[in-house]
Design a protein around this ligand. Structure first.
Ligand SMILES: NC(=O)c1ccc[n+]([C@@H]2O[C@H](COP(=O)([O-])OP(=O)(O)OC[C@H]3O[C@@H](n4cnc5c(N)ncnc54)[C@H](O)[C@@H]3O)[C@@H](O)[C@H]2O)c1
Length: 434
C-alpha cells in the first residue's frame, strides 16, 4: 500500500515511520527542505525516544522515503494523510486551517486513480467536508474520498502510543475508504486495538472532546490543590483516593504548573471557539482554560513567596523547560509563562533541560543562562525550581545539590520529592497542593 504523509513534524514523522513499520510504502513530504535533507541523511530533527532507530530501520528497508516533491508521490498514493500544523489563529483563537487547505489544493491537483485524503491533523468539525469541497473544486474529475483519522499519540511515548493505541478512530463516508484504512491499520488487529468507525463529524469532535476532557482533569486537580494548601490536605492522597475509583481513573490527576504542549492549550481554545460559532455554551472548557492560566500565575507567586517575597537579584536554578519530559517540544510550556514573569522582577535564571534548551533559547528572555549540567545550574543558586519531571531530576543527589547552592529554597512544581525527605536535607521545600 502506498502512503503519503504531508507534513513531517511530530505527528507526520512518527505516523509515517510507524506505517512503514507496519509494512506500507511511505513517502513523507514536507515543505521545509532543511528538515527533509536532515531526515534523508538520517538526522532526526526532533527528540522522541525510539524514533531514530525506527526511521533508520525503515529507511534502510526502502519503505520510508523523505521528499519535498509532492506531485509524483501523490499520483501513486492509495492514501494521502494531511499531518500539517493547525495552530491557534492569531487574534481569535480559531484553529488556523490555512496549512490544511493549502495542502489540500496541492494534493488535489495531482490525484490519479482512486485515493483517500485523510485528515490526521486536529481539525474543527466540518473540515473534512471543506477539504472535500476544495479538492473537488481544484480537480473536478478526481476519484477520491475524504476521511478523518485523528491522532492520539503523546510526545515522549509517541511510538508505543501509535503501535499500541487505546483505539483507532476512522471517520469515513464510503466503504472504499474504510476498507483501505482498515487494511493500513490491520497489523493492530493482532493486539486487538479497538477500531471505531464513525461519520466525519464525530471523528473530528472525538479528538477535541478527548483533549478537553483530559485538560479538565488537570485543571480540576490543580484547583483542588489550592484547597489542599489552604486546609492542610495532601493533594497526593486526595488524587489517589479519587483515582482509585474506576469511574474516575488515576491518570491526569497530578497537580502541577498547568498543562502546556502543542495540543491541550490550542485545542481547548479551538473547541471554545467552535462552540461559540455554533451558538452553544462551553462553560466547563472555558473554566478549564482560565484555571490553567491562573495556575501558571500562581506558580510565580509560589516561587516569590518561597524566596521571602521578592525574586529580585536572586539566582534561580530552573530544572526543566519543556512542557513534559522526553520531548524537546517547548510549545506553550508553562516555563514560557513563568520564567519571563520572574525575569521581569529581576530574577537571575540559570536553566537546564536535557533536550529543550535549543528550542527554549528562541522563546525565552535573552538574559536566561543555559547550563550544560545540573551541577552548573544549581551552583551558587538561592533557589531551585523543578519545572519538568525529567528522570535526571527525580533522583538528585540531595546532599550534594544542597552543598552546591548558596540558599536552600527548593520549589518542586511537579511534586517529585517528599516534604519530609527535603526537610531532612535542610531544604526550605515548597510543592503544589501539599
Ligand atoms: N504534536 C502532538 O503531540 C500531536 C498529537 C496529536 C495530534 N496532533 C495534531 O497533529 C497536527 C500536526 O502537529 P505536529 O505537532 O506534528 O506539527 P509540526 O508543526 O511539528 O509539523 C507540521 C509540519 O507540516 C509541514 N507543512 C506545513 N504545510 C505543509 C505543506 N503544505 N506541505 C508539506 N508540509 C507542510 C511543516 O513544515 C511542519 O514540518 C496538528 O493538527 C496537531 O494538533 C499533534
Amino acid at each position: 500500500m502506498n502512503v503519503v504523509m504531508i507534513g513531517a513534524g511530530y505527528v507526520g514523522l512518527v505516523s509515517g515511520a510507524c506505517f512503514a513499520e507496519f509494512g506500507a510504502s511511505v513517502i513523507c513530504i514536507d515543505k521545509d527542505a532543511a528538515k527533509i535533507n536532515a531526515l534523508s541523511d538520517g538526522n532526526i530533527p526532533i527528540y522522541e525516544p525510539g524514533l531514530e532507530d525506527l526511521v533508520k530501520r525503515n529507511t534502510a528497508a526502502g519503505r520510508l522515503v523523505f521528499s519535498t516533491e509532492l506531485p509524483e508521490a501523490v499520483a501513486q498514493a492509495d492514501l494521502v494523510f494531511i499531518a500539517v500544523g493547525t495552530p491557534t489563529r492569531r487574534g481569535d483563537g480559531y484553529a488556523d486551517l490555512k496549512y490544511v487547505y493549502a495542502a489540500t489544493e496541492e494534493i488535489a491537483a495531482h490525484l490519479s486513480g482512486y485515493t483517500v485524503i485523510v485528515d490526521k491533523s486536529t481539525v474543527p468539525v466540518g473540515t473534512a467536508r471543506e477539504v472535500h469541497r476544495i479538492a473537488k473544486k481544484t480537480n473536478p474529475s478526481a476519484d477520491f474520498d475524504v476521511a478523518s483519522n485523528p491522532e492520539f499519540l503523546r510526545e515522549g511515548s509517541a511510538i508505543s502510543d501509535f503501535m499500541r493505541p487505546d483505539r483507532v478512530v476512522l471517520g469515513v463516508e464510503s466503504e472504499r475508504a474504510e476498507i483501505l484504512l482498515r487494511e493500513l491499520y490491520r497489523p493492530l488487529n493482532l493486539i486487538e486495538s479497538p477500531v471505531l468507525v464513525t461519520d466525519l463529524e464525530s471523528a473530528e469532535l472525538i479528538k477535541y472532546a478527548a483533549n478537553a476532557f483530559l485538560a479538565t482533569k488537570i485543571s480540576f486537580i490543580n484547583e483542588i490543590s489550592q484547597l489542599c494548601e489552604k486546609t492542610g490536605a495532601d493533594v497526593h492522597a486526595v488524587a489517589k483516593g479519587m483515582g482509585l475509583d474506576g469511574r474516575i481513573g488515576r491518570k491526569f490527576l497530578h497537580a502541577g504548573p498547568g498543562y502546556g504542549g502543542s495540543c491541550f492549550p490550542k485545542d481547548t481554545v479551538a473547541l471554545i471557539r467552535m462552540a461559540q460559532e455554533h451558538g452553544v455554551s462551553s462553560r466547563i472548557i472555558e473554566a478549564v482554560s482560565e484555571v490553567n492560566a491562573s495556575q501558571k500565575a500562581r506558580m510565580v507567586s509560589k516561587i516569590r513567596q518561597a524566596l521571602g517575597g521578592s525574586e529580585a537579584d536572586k539566582t534561580i536554578a530552573v530544572l526543566g523547560l519543556t512542557f513534559k519530559p522526553e520531548t524537546d517540544d517547548m510549545r506553550d510550556s508553562p516555563s514560557l509563562a513563568i520564567l519571563p514573569a520572574l525575569v521581569d522582577k529581576g530574577a537571575i535564571i540559570k536553566a537546564h533541560d536535557p533536550e529543550g534548551m535549543a528550542e527554549a533559547k528562541a522563546l525565552l528572555p535573552h538574559s536566561i543562562q543555559y547550563m550544560d549540567s545540573i551541577e552548573a545550574a544549581v551552583s551558587g543558586a538561592d533557589a531551585i525550581v523543578l519545572m519538568t519531571e525529567w528522570n535526571q531530576y527525580r533522583g538528585l543527589d540531595l546532599a550534594k545539590t544542597k552543598s552546591l547552592m548558596r540558599g536552600k529554597v527548593f520549589v518542586d512544581l511537579r511534586n517529585v520529592y517528599e516534604p519530609e525527605l527535603m526537610a531532612r536535607h535542610g531544604f526550605d521545600y515548597t510543592c503544589v497542593g501539599r
